[in-house]
Each structure stands twice: as structure tokens, then as C-alpha cells.
Design a protein around this ligand. Structure first.
Ligand code: FAD
Length: 385
């Protein structure tokens, strides 16, 4: 058992692993019906009670306070099974957590129980065409009118666009205040002013697209937290989830490692299994060592977050950076061990190779994590400094 985990986490891991091995190990062949498969996965994750780990007890959750370690354990095991299941878990949690943490009692009662059960699907809409890494540059606006707000603007790369029932949306209520003028809202998908403009095809199965707000009228009760709290809400949410992206990377790399070992033992060349060659053994040794280091960094970061330590953000950035970069290398080496079989479309290795790439981009690219780490080392408070 890892030093940062206790008995509860081990039991949770065993439960998710068993479910994932039974339900996800053949995943990947159903990519053309991503939306249907995604909806089914959310319902299954709800039925199994896994989604409840992203919510506090009072609203269908498991613990009084959401734990990063629970989320990491679940994401690691789901990603080992099939990345789409991890994606569905993560986006559901991302779209629930701001409401759980900052929402009104009414918002929590209304939105959280169906999200915990998987009978409703959530989304988190922050990114825009001119506001990717620089989220504070967002241009969407929420203007006060008739006791509510009117939303206008565009969002891109929004996971679950088109299948979500509710979106947590970030828009400016005071453009002259830049980041300090951003507010968060929860918007129902059936609001006629919320338009799914375009679905995007990314290199691995992932329901994602662009949405627009065209004279989208929302009531005052849609505001999450106070006006102007939006950037804080987004960053607190991403602070929790950053190390969990590292956990997904660890799960995916673990699967690649297992596939490489299995193939290497079975495949014979020059009258012996590939694993008899030192060149292959050295690759495996390096892959296993990087995987172990990544796992330790991830669970250390999660433990640091759960214990409320001041350096949690730094540790999370280090964990996400190292684990996602390591997973990329491990998957690449595992594919190399498979030779030509690794690039056959539809094979597990080909799927892992496509699935691993986006982890280094979303929820803060590797470059942004390096900036956060360096800023912390140098005692600077802003990226621009
Ligand atoms: C599969 C997927 C799912 C996503 N899901 C969601 C979602 O559900 N909700 C949501 O809101 N967003 C989502 N995103 C968006 C994601 O968070 C952004 O793509 C990410 O933050 C990077 O923004 P960008 O793509 O605009 O890249 P840019 O910010 O344009 O960056 C381009 C490149 O420049 C680098 N760069 C930028 N600034 C600096 C700097 N100061 N110094 C050095 N290098 C720099 C970046 O690291 C990157 O390599 C998703 C993205 C993907 C790929």
C-alpha cells in the first residue's frame, strides 16, 4: 500500500479495479457511438456509487469533504480500463464540484443528486478561443437585466457539449476588472440561448464541442457564489483536479506497462521471447521506475491537498507535469515493444497511444505547470511577473 493511502482507499481501489476489469477492458471498439457509450458509462458510474466520491455526503456523496485521494484512486483504475470511462467520471466531477463547494442550498438540492446518480450529465465551460491557458482573458459576458442575467459569448473545447444537462459557465460580469470581474453560473442545457455550435472530433473518443450563448437569459439564482468569485471558483476546482489528471496518466501508463510485459513474454524472435533481450529489459526497467515515481508524486500531491497543506498547489503541478509526461514516454516505449502490432488500428496499444496525448494539454498544459512550479520557486505571484 502507498504511504499516502489508508484502508478505505485500498478497498475503493479493489472495487473500482474489479468493476473496470469486468466492464472496460474490451473498451475502445465502440468509438463511433461515443455519445451513447458516454451516457451509458455515466449511468454505470452512478449506479456503482463512484460518482458519489466527487460530492459531499449531504448531497449524495460519500465523505463530509471530497478527497483528492479518492478521486485519484478512481481515475487511476478507470483509466487503466478505458480512458473514456475516466473522462466521463472526471468531467462529471468537474461540473459538480463548483456547485458542491460554492452553490446555494437550492442549487445543490436541484443539481447534485441526479449528477451523483448519473441520471444527469455535467459540463465545465471555461475555455474560449482567445482564453485557453490565459483563462482570465475570457470574453463571454453576463449582463444584469430584469433581475437576472443575459449571457453572450462562445466557449470551445467543452467536454460533454451536446450531451450535458447542465453547464457550469464562467463569464465576466465586470469586464473592466479582468479576472476579478469573472462570475460562475449554472446553466441548463435546455435554455434556448445555449447553443451547441459544433461537435469536435479529437484523437481519442471524447464527447466535446463548442457552445455559444446568444441572448441566453438566466435567473439570478443561477449565480454560483458571489458575483466576481468566478475565477476563484474555477481555480479552486482545478486545484483539486490537477493531481487527478496525473492519476489518470498513471492508470493509462500502468496498462501500457502490463500490455508490454505480456506481449514481450509471448512474442519470440531469434528463438527466444523479447523479454530475454537486455535491450527490452532496460526499457521495461525504465518504464517501471518512471511509473513508480509518477504514482508517488500523484498520491503525495493528493495527500497534501487533503491535509490542506500550503504547498498543495505546487505538489499538484509537479504531479500533473511529471505523470503526464512520463505516461507519454511509457506508452511510446510500450508501443515500440509491440513492433508493427502496436500501430494496428483497433489494438489496445494504438488506443493507449491516442488516449494519452490530451492529458498534457487539458487542465493546464505542461508548460503552464512548469510556470506554476517556477513561480513558486521564485516567490512570484502572477504568471506575467
Ligand atoms: C480533450 C480536451 C478536453 C477539454 N475539456 C475542457 C472542458 O471540459 N472545459 C474547458 O473549459 N476546457 C476544456 N479543454 C480546454 C483546455 O483546458 C485547453 O485546451 C488548455 O487549457 C490549453 O489552452 P489552448 O488549447 O487554448 O492552448 P494555448 O493556451 O493557446 O497554448 C498553446 C501552446 O502554447 C503554450 N503556452 C501558452 N502560454 C504559455 C506561456 N505563458 N509560456 C509558455 N508556453 C505557453 C501552451 O502550453 C501550449 O503548448 C479541453 C481540451 C482538450 C484538448
Amino acid at each position: 500500500m502507498l504511504p499516502f493511502l489508508d484502508q478505505d482507499h485500498s478497498q475503493l481501489r479493489a472495487r473500482v479495479r474489479q468493476w473496470a476489469e469486468k466492464n472496460l477492458f474490451s473498451g475502445g471498439g465502440e468509438e463511433r457511438q461515443t455519445d451513447d457509450v458516454a451516457r451509458r458509462l455515466v449511468r454505470q458510474l452512478g449506479n456503482e456509487g463512484f460518482l458519489s466520491y466527487a460530492l459531499p455526503k449531504k448531497f449524495g456523496g460519500v465523505r463530509g469533504k471530497v478527497q483528492a485521494r479518492d478521486l485519484c484512486v478512481i481515475r487511476e483504475e478507470l483509466a487503466r480500463g478505458w480512458m473514456l470511462a475516466d473522462t466521463m467520471f472526471a468531467v462529471q466531477a468537474l461540473g459538480s464540484y463548483p456547485i458542491a463547494l460554492f452553490g446555494t442550498e437550492e442549487q445543490k438540492q436541484r443539481y447534485l443528486p441526479p449528477l451523483a446518480k448519473g441520471t444527469a450529465i455535467a459540463a465545465f465551460a471555461l475555455t474560449e478561443s482567445e482564453a485557453g491557458s490565459d483563462v482570465a482573458a475570457l470574453k463571454s459576458q453576463a449582463v444584469r437585466r430584469d433581475g437576472g442575467y443575459v449571457l453572450t459569448g462562445n466557449k470551445r473545447f467543452i467536454s460533454n457539449a451536446g450531451i450535458a444537462d447542465s453547464y457550469v459557465v464562467f463569464a465576466s460580469t465586470a469586464p473592466d476588472l479582468a479576472g476579478k470581474g469573472i462570475s460562475a453560473f449554472v446553466v441548463d442545457a435546455n435554455n434556448p440561448g445555449l447553443i451547441v455550435k459544433k461537435r469536435i472530433q479529437v484523437i481519442s473518443p471524447h464527447p466535446i464541442g463548442m457552445i455559444a450563448f446568444e441572448e441566453c437569459v438566466i435567473p439570478e439564482s443561477s449565480l454560483i457564489g458571489n458575483q466576481g468569485d468566478g475565477l476563484k471558483i474555477a481555480l479552486v476546482t482545478l486545484d483539486l483536479f490537477r493531481c487527478t489528471v496525473g492519476a489518470a496518466a498513471v492508470g493509462l501508463a500502468q496498462r501500457a506497462m502490463e500490455e508490454a510485459l505480456d506481449y514481450g513474454r509471448k512474442r519470440r524472435q531469434f528463438d527466444r521471447p523479447l523479454t530475454e533481450f537486455q535491450g527490452i529489459q532496460f526499457k521495461l526497467a525504465e518504464m517501471a521506475t518512471e511509473l513508480e515515481a509518477a504514482r508517488l508524486l500523484v498520491y503525495q500531491a493528493a495527500w497534501t491537498h487533503d491535509s490542506g497543506a500550503a504547498d498543495a498547489k505546487l505538489k499538484s503541478s509537479m504531479a500533473k507535469l511529471f505523470a503526464t509526461e512520463a505516461a507519454q514516454k511509457i506508452v511510446d516505449q510500450a508501443l515500440q515493444i509491440h513492433g508493427g502490432m502496436g500501430v494496428v488500428a483497433g489494438s489496445v496499444m494504438e488506443r493507449l497511444y491516442r488516449d494519452v496525448r490530451a492529458l498534457r494539454i487539458y487542465e493546464g498544459t505542461s508548460e503552464i505547470q512548469r510556470i506554476v512550479i517556477a513561480r513558486s520557486l521564485l516567490g512570484k505571484s502572477r504568471i506575467e511577473d
